[in-house]
Design a protein around this ligand. Structure first.
Ligand SMILES: [Fe+2]
Length: 294
């Protein structure tokens, strides 16, 4: 099959002065129909469940390619599975196949709550959060720094799979818990030793937050940027499955926002972020074929 914007056969040469973050989102694993396009529930709307595993397998292979790629960080922005606990096993097999030298981090989407799971049950599915303390009401909220000697990037991963009362929700719009705003403000103003920040969420604030929460976040972002004119903040999110990377800066002029395409799409799309020493972020899609020959 031919895809006009196919980048998957073009090597991205790794420049040691750049920092690379490879992002997947909305894989919606559904093991029962994996590799079975004719099954009844193999496709639903824009979700091509039967291809998702193959696409991600291809992506993990690309991530692992020595010399050519090996990004400093791999992220998953949630909706890892479509609904069931059992599908986590299939996902984890691939997720854990990422070279252990490469840092990988993930957050929850609304679909992880498909069976009305409680936090306790959910944390059990994510071994990496077991020893973490809750921050702003969630063990999935975290911040960390990735530094390759040339570029130092602070990443804030913030959970949004709540309703307006702060309860777990299985759809949209997404919300931060009330306490998350103070936490993000703290991360941007008191707990920061670099001018370059990436905010990663499942629901994108531009598209999926209510006006009230958008405004609250805008106040945090704008005041942080006005107190430090050197600060550069980018925002990435999943959830809305755009067919290509969607860019918005109309509501958050101080935080360019990118909605990233879904791994479960007809054409599996993943995103490569490249940060340079000028604090610019380049965004490239990686388009993956199906079936992938492995
Ligand atoms: Fe979602």
């Amino acid at each position: 099959m031919y895809y006009p914007n196919d980048l998957s056969n073009h090597a991205i040469r790794k420049d040691p002065n750049e920092l690379h973050v490879w992002v997947m989102t909305d894989t919606h694993f559904k093991t029962e129909v994996d590799g079975k396009p004719k099954e009844q529930n193999a496709v639903f709307k824009d979700k091509y469940f039967y291809k998702a595993h193959s696409h991600m397998r291809h992506f993990v292979d690309l991530v692992n390619e020595i010399n050519a790629y090996q990004p400093e960080l791999v992220l998953h922005l949630g909706d890892i599975v479509d609904r069931y606990h059992s599908d986590f096993n299939q996902f984890n097999d691939l997720w854990n196949a990422i070279d252990p030298n490469i840092r990988k981090e993930r957050i929850c989407g609304n679909h992880e709550f498909g069976e009305n799971r409680k936090d306790k049950d959910l944390y059990r599915l994510f071994p990496e959060v077991q020893t973490r303390k809750e921050i702003a009401g969630s063990k999935f909220n975290q911040s960390f720094v990735v530094d390759n000697g040339a570029v130092r990037l602070k990443v804030i991963m913030a959970e949004t799979a709540y309703d307006k009362n702060g309860e777990r929700a299985t759809g949209g719009p997404g919300y931060f818990k009330t306490e998350a705003f103070d936490w993000i403000d703290f991360e941007l103003n008191e707990n920061r030793d670099t001018d370059l920040v990436l905010l990663a969420t499942h629901h994108g604030p531009c598209l999926h937050f209510t006006d009230e929460q958008k405004l609250k976040l805008k106040q945090v972002i704008d005041s942080s940027c006005s107190s430090d004119p050197h600060l550069v903040i980018y925002d990435i999110s999943g959830h809305n499955h755009p067919t290509s990377v969607q860019y918005q800066d109309d509501f958050f002029p101080n935080m360019p926002s990118y909605h990233l395409p879904a791994g479960v799409g007809f054409v599996g799309k993943y995103t490569v972020l490249t940060f340079n020493t000028r604090k610019e972020m380049d965004v490239a899609e990686r388009i993956l074929h199906y079936p992938y020959d492995w």
